[in-house]
Design a protein around this ligand. Structure first.
Ligand code: EUG
Length: 590
């Protein structure tokens, strides 16, 4: 845990050790198994070509900074995560694998790697840390791609500016690390962690992840990037495009995101147009805050809850993006396995959830709303009066402060996250099944009761059809909801994994038929999701492909990422569509 960059701070070492013991205790799979196949070579590359390309790369970067992926694959766990494959493998563990990993120590070395890839036509796949769990982790979309593990050596906090309230980080800076450094410098600033604190600040933002302080839209709160283009050239966006005096960084790089001309920042998020090696962020000045939750008695209160949140969020009376969860998540966030609540196969029944929830601190309920208010005590008090009056219109609703629940209740961890303190608590729901892994289904729904109901019913019916418990976490803003369904599955159960893939594919298609699309998805589903954004004869994808082919004519940078395939790969059997549910081999059929 004393790891220099990707471990946890000492304040969490006991919690992390317990979490690890529970997760590994729930594993029936061996820590690793002998490989069925040898190294997965990059496409169209012979072993001899691969070996001489690797030898060349070792010469350029040093032998210790290139590792061929030929050993047994180890899933590890959140804090000891692989850079070789998707630890939460949803197809065969050996499918979404790299051929090698390379560890650049500088932007110049990233440029060298990109030029090397162009020379040999080998696909490269940059990761920050590989903790994009539930969305593909460290895995390259094209099996046999070379993973550029940026985080291992590029994990410097380049700048923290207390006056401008901003920072500049490299890809390997975790939420934990940035938080600890700000504490060490005793600066009155907050970071904005997502639900788990071990991820990369930069990586999460370019995947357009979400956090829960008022600065929770991570991409919106970035300010300035440095990017290695697929040609190996270097670019700075925003005010950073203007040279600073005497060769320094532009003094307004972290002050103003848009600068002059087209705003190109966005095309480097959720794309494969460049490798972001530095990124600036605004940091929120610390403030007084109060977390709380409301419970509601009936499943059918759902529409009214959503309709009450809408004006409160639009008026910015709600302090952050609150989460709306179901009572079943009160069970799984205890870290107890499903088997302690339910026997036999199939999802838990509503009655089982009800009787188990009765014994927990919030009692029998359906939906739970977790919110936080910010500002001086009087402001919080008056906001809470408005919010209580609004939710009070729902008969049987109940209000809780952290002081109303035991110290181990989830509300206390929520309270930390919403005040900018990164934690690990959410890992506990992986204990639900043996060998627990998760996959997110993440559609955008309008913040309107009837639409939210449509999406929820469709997702609930699909989960029931495929025998999965439904764990809905709704991040509700004033006009849209990030509806996150956490599909928890057993990595040892191939049939259950196939059902999870079918479940995903059907939900993507059924939501799209009603106009609801995903904000982000796992690598395996990116083609299907991208294809749902097809307005105007695929106008958006045609633009993306035009940009891709112009910037990356050799098609080496993260082919297939977010459904964008370079010309060299298009229409050759790489795309995975709605029909692809039994994927024992990713890639063109021989
Ligand atoms: C969560 C939230 C997300 C996401 C994946 C997971 C929350 C899990 C709002 O975005 O993409 C508890």
């Amino acid at each position: 845990m004393e790891d220099t960059y990707s471990g946890v701070p000492s304040r969490l070492s006991k919690e992390a050790a317990e979490c690890r013991a529970r997760l590994l205790g729930n594993r029936t799979l061996p820590a690793s198994q002998p490989r069925k196949h040898g190294v997965r070579l990059p496409p169209d590359t012979t072993l001899e070509q691969f070996e001489s390309a690797i030898q060349d790369l070792r010469g350029k970067l040093g032998p210790d900074n290139v590792e061929v992926n030929d050993k047994a694959l180890v899933d590890g766990w959140y804090l000891e995560h692989p850079n070789t494959h998707d630890a939460f493998h949803i197809v065969d563990q050996e499918e979404l694998v790299s051929s090698a990993a390379v560890f650049p120590g500088s932007t110049e070395e990233v440029q060298i790697i990109v030029r090397w890839a162009n020379q040999y036509g080998i696909p490269i796949y940059p990761i920050s840390l590989g903790r994009n769990v539930g969305y593909g982790g460290a895995a390259p979309r094209v099996p046999g791609g070379v993973v550029i593990d940026l985080g291992r050596r590029m994990h410097n906090i380049l700048k923290i500016d207390g006056e401008n309230a901003s920072c500049v980080v490299e890809p390997g800076v975790t939420y934990f690390k940035l938080y600890e450094e700000i504490q060490r410098q005793k600066l009155p600033l907050w970071i904005d962690p997502p639900d788990l604190g071990g991820g990369s600040v930069l990586g999460n933002a370019i995947d357009r992840g979400v956090g829960y302080t008022p600065y929770g839209d991570h991409f919106a709160n970035h300010c300035g990037m440095e990017i290695v283009l697929p040609s190996g050239e270097l670019l700075r966006t925003g005010m950073g495009a203007m040279p600073g005096p005497d060769g320094e960084d532009n003094p307004t790089w972290q002050s103003f995101q848009h600068a002059f001309g087209p705003s190109v920042n966005g095309i480097f998020s959720q794309s494969n147009f460049g490798i972001v090696t530095k990124m600036g962020f605004h940091l929120m000045p610390e403030t007084n805050n109060q977390s709380y939750c409301f419970t509601f008695p009936h499943d059918d209160d759902f529409e009214q809850i959503v309709d009450i949140i809408r004006p409160l969020a639009q008026q910015r009376i709600l302090g952050n993006i609150p989460q709306l969860r179901h009572a079943i998540q009160e069970l799984n966030v205890t870290g107890r396995p499903k088997s302690s609540f339910h026997s036999g196969a199939g999802p838990m029944t509503r009655d089982e959830v009800r009787s188990a929830a009765k014994e927990l601190p919030l009692g029998d309920c359906s939906w739970v709303f977790y919110g936080t208010q910010y500002g001086p005590a009087e402001t919080i008090q008056s906001q809470l009066e408005v919010i209580k009056a609004a939710f009070g219109r729902i008969p049987g609703s109940r209000f809780f402060l952290p002081s109303d629940v035991p110290a181990d209740h989830y509300l206390h961890s929520r309270s930390l996250v919403c005040a900018g303190v990164p934690v690990l608590r959410e890992l506990d729901w992986l204990n639900w099944t043996p060998n627990g892994a998760h996959l997110f289904f993440s559609p955008i729904a309008p913040t309107r009761g009837r639409d939210a109901r449509t999406v929820h019913d469709l997702i609930a019916a699909a989960h029931a059809r495929h025998g999965f418990d439904l764990f809905p976490t709704l991040c509700v803003a004033g006009r849209e909801i990030h509806y996150i369904a956490n599909i928890v599955y057993d990595r040892a159960d191939a049939a259950e994994k196939r059902r999870a893939v079918r479940l995903m594919r059907e939900m993507i298609a059924e939501c799209a038929a009603r106009g609801f699309g995903e904000y982000r998805t796992h690598l395996l589903f990116a083609d299907q999701v991208a294809a749902t954004y097809s307005w105007g004869d695929r106008a958006l994808m045609r633009l993306n492909e035009t940009i891709k082919d112009a910037l990356d004519p050799n098609g080496v940078l993260a082919p297939g990422r977010n459904g964008i395939w370079p010309r060299r790969y298009r229409g050759k059997g790489w795309e995975l569509g709605a029909e692809d549910v039994d994927m024992d081999r990713i890639g063109p059929k021989a």
